[in-house]
Design a protein around this ligand. Structure first.
Ligand SMILES: *Cc1c(COP(=O)(O)O)cnc(C)c1O
Length: 361
């Protein structure tokens, strides 16, 4: 038997979450965001499960080619645009749509003779101040694009900085700013990420761009994913590889971060920070072991972590363990680690096999 750590990916849950996104944004086209290897779930597996999406958002032309070659014929949008003029041939071949967010990219288009037509979106900075043109530049940019033969402006987009917090006034300002940009007829608009889609109806427009909600994690701070009708997709599962009786006063693991308050059973799980489990979670972080939630104890090691088995006395070597998934939500672990679920899911090491299904109960 090989090392028992696996990331089960529930494609049916992905489809249900896409359905949920459509329910919440009726009449909008849905661009499923699957950058970073489908948020760590596996690019082509996710693209296959979400074939019913109207488009995919990614950041690598290689990924666009892989999705196209798998038989997908919808829209594929390169969210950061091209990084060099040498990518334009492949972008045209794949029929991907390219975001232009910087003067440099416009110059690439103006200088390189195009051998095939190319479709572009303009990205505007409405307040996030990461990438994008100033809204005041819109007319000038549109004029320049009109002069370029073979270049067609399909859409305009912007990105919300704080939509996860429904009380933050900057989102309404971003929505108003984006609405004030004048665009040629037929040009689509897109602003909403998952949080915008769920909590800001005025941000939905022509295309919504959900990412995190499709993977079953909450886009809103303080509102549980299950309450929003989202099903967990990834279940990170392993087994106990050791169960040991320790004596009162004995310390567990590096730095003696946990000392047994009494004689007790400690279990060791095959999963550590080398696999992508966050090292910084405190003692007490929940781990599901053989039907019970038990507290993690001591420091997480590279390939192992320890748990207090007092609440699961029946669990022996080989007992099933879930680090996150259906019993312990990934959002709980993210909160314990002081990060976001996005990071945890993306960081699951490439050496952890992705397996279709739920991995059982
Ligand atoms: C990643 C990304 C999204 C998806 O955001 P979520 O918060 O995961 O819904 C949408 N738009 C752009 C431009 C992105 O980079």
């Amino acid at each position: 038997m090989s090392r028992p750590l696996q990331a089960f990916i529930d494609s049916a849950a992905l489809r249900r979450n896409l359905h949920r996104a459509r329910e919440l944004a009726p009449g909008c086209r849905v661009m499923a965001v699957i950058k970073s290897d489908g948020y760590g779930h596996g690019l082509l597996r996710v693209a296959e499960a979400l074939r019913a999406a109207d488009g995919f958002g990614i950041v690598r032309v290689e990924d666009a080619a892989a999705i196209r070659d798998s038989g997908y014929d919808g829209q594929i949008l390169l969210l950061e645009g091209m990084y060099g003029a040498d990518e334009l041939g492949e972008i045209a071949r794949v029929g991907a749509v390219v975001v232009l967010h910087h003067e440099e990219q416009l110059r690439m288009l103006e200088r390189s003779p195009l051998h095939a037509p190319i479709r572009v979106w303009l990205k505007f900075d409405t307040g996030m101040h990461r990438i994008g043109f100033r809204p005041a530049e819109a007319a000038r940019l549109i004029d320049r694009l009109t002069r370029l033969p073979g270049v067609h402006l399909d859409g305009a987009m912007s990105h919300l900085a704080s939509a996860d917090d429904p009380s933050d006034p900057s989102t309404a300002e971003q929505i108003a700013c984006f609405a004030s940009i004048e665009l040629p007829p037929g040009c689509s608009r897109s602003l909403a990420n998952s949080a915008g889609l769920v909590a800001w109806p005025d941000s939905r427009l022509d295309w919504v761009r959900p990412g995190i909600m499709l993977y079953g994690s909450s886009p809103l701070t303080g509102v549980a994913a299950t309450v929003q009708g989202l099903a967990p997709v990834m279940r990170l599962r392993s087994q106990l590889i050791a169960v040991r009786p320790l004596k009162s006063g004995e310390a567990v693991g590096y730095g003696e971060a946990f000392r047994c308050p009494e004689d007790m059973m400690i279990g060791v799980v095959a999963c550590g920070y080398g696999d992508g489990y966050p090292r910084h979670v405190p003692c007490g972080t929940p781990v599901w072991v053989d039907g019970r939630r038990v507290p993690l104890v001591g420091k997480v090691s590279m390939g192992m972590l320890s748990v207090d088995l007092r609440a699961a006395p029946q669990a022996g070597v080989g007992a099933p363990v879930e680090l996150w998934g259906g019993h312990v939500h990934v959002d709980e672990i993210a909160a314990a680690a002081g990060t976001v679920s996005y990071e945890l899911m993306c960081r699951v090491s490439a050496s952890v096999p992705r397996v279709e299904g739920t991995g059982g109960d």
